[in-house]
Ligand binder design. Structure first.
Ligand code: NAP
Length: 285
């Protein structure tokens, strides 16, 4: 019996998960297909009920369904409860469990690829949307020393500051102002971009929140944006001489964690990264 896996979203055409998850399944010789399913919000409950069938291993969940699926699951793990969002559902004998591998994937990219340990470090986080919230929770788990959160809408940064402080992390909010950012960046061990600045087809596709001269050569810059693979911010950071990490790292590592939950096997991360990178390159032409 060929097992089923997939990702749901609305829309879903942008997702490259089918490409790198199928590459991983084929590489490991697992008899399963991974598809993309566009599911409208009013069909979520029926769709989730169908996941209890014996040939379904599980699914990934993306925007806008990450919160909406929760009431239809039998159990939700700690990471997903804390995030208030599920990105992975596992079916075990008709029982559905919800998980969130985004924060873990973010950390794995940092630790495995950049060899960066966040504990005791100073972090400058740009942005205060959904992705930033997950990153704040992940970095708080790792006991970073200080978290400065910069956002265009400062009130949203302040809400994340309260979240970080409630978890024992010294934190402050600032505006996404060029000069203020530069002053904070000087002291940062890690800068994470969780805004859409630099994202293809986004509101500021050619922009960068920081320039080369504002980025110390010892600082790691992690841009969650993965389209394009090399963002304007990553180009500035590379010129500054420090370590750079693209959003494809987080994307692949969150998928690798999901793969392990569904199959019980370690994910072939290098195979997944290569497939994801090639797909992004092909789509950019
Ligand atoms: P979101 O909830 O919509 O948040 C968008 C953020 O970008 C907010 O902080 C917003 O500021 C800021 N922003 C938007 N336009 C701006 C502009 N013109 N100037 C300055 N700031 C601007 O989005 P999200 O879900 O957090 O996603 C953010 C980015 O992360 C996206 O590019 C997404 O693709 C990427 N992401 C990557 C992964 C991965 O696996 N690599 C996972 C999740 C997300 P305001 O609060 O002021 O509006």
């Amino acid at each position: 019996m060929t097992n089923k896996l997939g990702i749901i979203g609305f829309p879903i055409g942008h997702s490259i998960s089918p490409v790198f998850q199928q590459a991983a399944l084929d590489h490991c010789g697992i008899d399963a297909t991974y598809e993309a399913w566009e599911v409208a919000p009013d069909h979520i409950q029926t769709f989730i009920q169908g996941l209890r069938e014996p040939d379904v291993l599980g699914i990934n969940v993306t925007v806008p369904h990450k919160e909406a699926v929760i009431p239809f699951l039998d159990e939700v793990d700690d990471w997903a409860t804390e995030a208030g969002a599920v990105n992975t559902i596992v079916n075990r004998n008709g029982k559905l469990t919800g998980h969130n591998t985004d924060g873990y994937g973010f950390l794995q990219g940092l630790k495995q690829t950049a060899r960066f340990e966040p504990k005791g470090r100073r972090v400058l986080l740009l942005g205060a949307g959904g992705a930033a919230r997950g990153v704040v929770l992940a970095l708080a788990r790792e006991e970073v020393q200080e978290l400065v959160i910069a956002n265009r809408t400062v009130a949203r940064a302040e809400a994340l500051v309260r979240l970080a402080q409630a978890r024992g992390v010294a934190s402050q909010a600032i505006s996404l102002d060029w000069n203020v950012l530069g002053m904070v960046a000087v002291n940062a061990d890690l800068i994470v971009n969780c805004t859409t600045i630099g994202m293809a087809h986004g509101p500021d596709a050619t922009g960068t929140p920081l320039l080369q001269q504002q980025i110390p050569p010892t600082t790691i810059v992690y841009d969650l944006v993965y389209n394009p693979l090399e963002t304007p911010l990553l180009r500035e950071a590379a010129r500054a001489g420090g370590g750079v990490l693209g959003g494809i790292q987080m994307l692949v590592h969150q998928g690798a964690a999901s793969f392990k939950m569904w199959t019980g096997q370690p994910a072939p991360v290098a195979v997944m990264l290569e497939a994801a990178t090639q797909e992004m390159k092909a789509r950019s032409h």
